[in-house]
Write a protein that binds this ligand. Structure first.
Ligand SMILES: NC(=O)c1ccc[n+]([C@@H]2O[C@H](COP(=O)([O-])OP(=O)(O)OC[C@H]3O[C@@H](n4cnc5c(N)ncnc54)[C@H](OP(=O)(O)O)[C@@H]3O)[C@@H](O)[C@H]2O)c1
Length: 345
């Protein structure tokens, strides 16, 4: 009885000690795990910020997210940038040289998508650091092209080392943030429109690399947007975590494209041949003189050369992500008319 009586007594001192020591300790442990996104890594992505959404790829990605009401989409642009965005889109400007400025831009964001181009490609670690500091769960680096995992390809196109190094950096930060890197091959519709795929609709000239026989995978811009949306949806968030995700609209060859283009245009095109070895030599020589027009030469050597380094068919996630099938002939017609897939002829 006496013992029971003692047990039933309140213990103000031990309760106070608990509040004084145990609660702060629990708070610190909880915060540490929360900052590392341990509990929330696989939970829903709601708030998405897109960096560099006004470039070549950006508008298609931005449109895909704006069309998906389950995401709150914000754009991040450099202070002083002249990029423009559709009316009504929330745009934040930041000083990319200030981690605090970036951190405050990323505050409350679940996912950060980097679409930066040019020299910024080798400078994405600061974006990653700020995303981690702000507590974002997923970072998508500016990849969107050739398979930079391939050491052979990186030897042909050394600037790809910057993209590869960014993912290596993300690898080293996996306890703090997850990542997804999207390999698209060439931009298919954009590549036809601007001539990157080797076809000039004005002069009806085709420039084939190594006779144009190698198969290459390539993706329309709107499909890249769709793939990013799908990658961040709850149903795919675990599957795409810390993964290279390969996508495509089509896998074809320059020679097959030429046949279709001659059928569509009803004309015989002038064919110029260039070897991947010539392109590599020319590209390296230009770059040695700081002439950056050498980069597309090198990318073409890698993408269309006879080593077939851009044939991603065995790696594709198209079905897993439920990407819509696209019409090849329709896209080629649009590209030749200077339009992207989804636009009107
Ligand atoms: N597979 C292909 O065929 C293909 C073709 C083209 C590009 N790509 C790849 O796709 C990605 C996006 O390329 P893109 O051509 O769309 O890029 P881009 O048009 O050259 O630039 C995109 C945005 O990056 C921001 N930016 C530019 N310079 C910057 C700098 N120094 N520091 C920070 N931000 C900067 C700008 O946004 P703000 O002005 O708003 O700050 C710009 O609008 C890249 O990874 C690129 O390699 C692939």
């Amino acid at each position: 009885m006496a013992n029971n009586h003692i047990i039933a007594q309140p213990r103000p001192l031990s309760a106070l000690l608990y509040i004084a020591f145990a609660l702060p300790l629990l708070f610190v442990v909880y915060n540490t795990f929360q900052q590392s996104n341990y509990f929330t890594m696989s939970s829903e992505i709601k708030n998405v910020i897109i960096i560099g959404a006004g470039g070549n790829l950006g508008p298609s990605v931005l449109n895909a997210f704006l069309d998906e009401p389950s995401f709150n989409t914000t754009v991040l642009s450099r202070e002083g940038s002249s990029s423009t965005f559709p009316e009504g889109v929330k745009v934040i400007h930041a000083d990319y040289d200030s981690i605090d400025s970036l951190k405050s831009a990323f505050k409350g964001q679940d996912a950060v998508i980097s679409l930066v181009g040019g020299s910024a490609l080798g400078d994405q670690n600061k974006l990653i650091d700020a995303a981690i500091a702000a507590g974002a769960k997923r970072f998508i680096p500016s990849e969107f092209g050739s398979d930079t995992v391939s050491a052979t390809l990186r030897e042909i196109v050394p600037v790809f080392n910057a993209k590869y190094a960014t993912v290596e950096y993300l690898n080293s930060k996996e306890s703090s943030i997850s990542w997804t890197s999207v390999i698209t091959g060439a931009f298919f519709d954009w590549g036809l429109k601007v001539g990157f795929l080797g076809f000039n609709a004005q002069s009806k000239t085709a420039t084939l690399v190594d006779n144009g026989v190698a198969q290459f995978s390539a993706t329309n811009l709107r499909t890249i947007g769709q793939a990013l949306v799908r990658s961040l949806q709850s149903s795919n968030l675990d599957a795409t975590k810390n993964q290279y995700v390969y996508i495509s609209s089509f896998t074809t060859s320059q020679a097959d494209l030429l046949s279709l283009i001659e059928k569509i245009t009803g004309a015989k095109w002038t064919v110029e041949n260039v070897s991947s070895a010539e392109l590599k030599k020319r590209g390296d020589e230009k770059l040695a003189k700081q002439d950056f027009s050498g980069i597309p030469d090198l990318i073409r050597a890698g993408a269309f050369g006879d080593k077939g380094l851009s044939d991603h068919r065995k790696l594709l996630w198209d079905e897993k992500l439920g990407l819509e099938k696209e019409n090849f002939e329709e896209t080629v017609k649009l590209g030749l008319a200077g339009k992207l897939a989804g636009e009107k002829l």
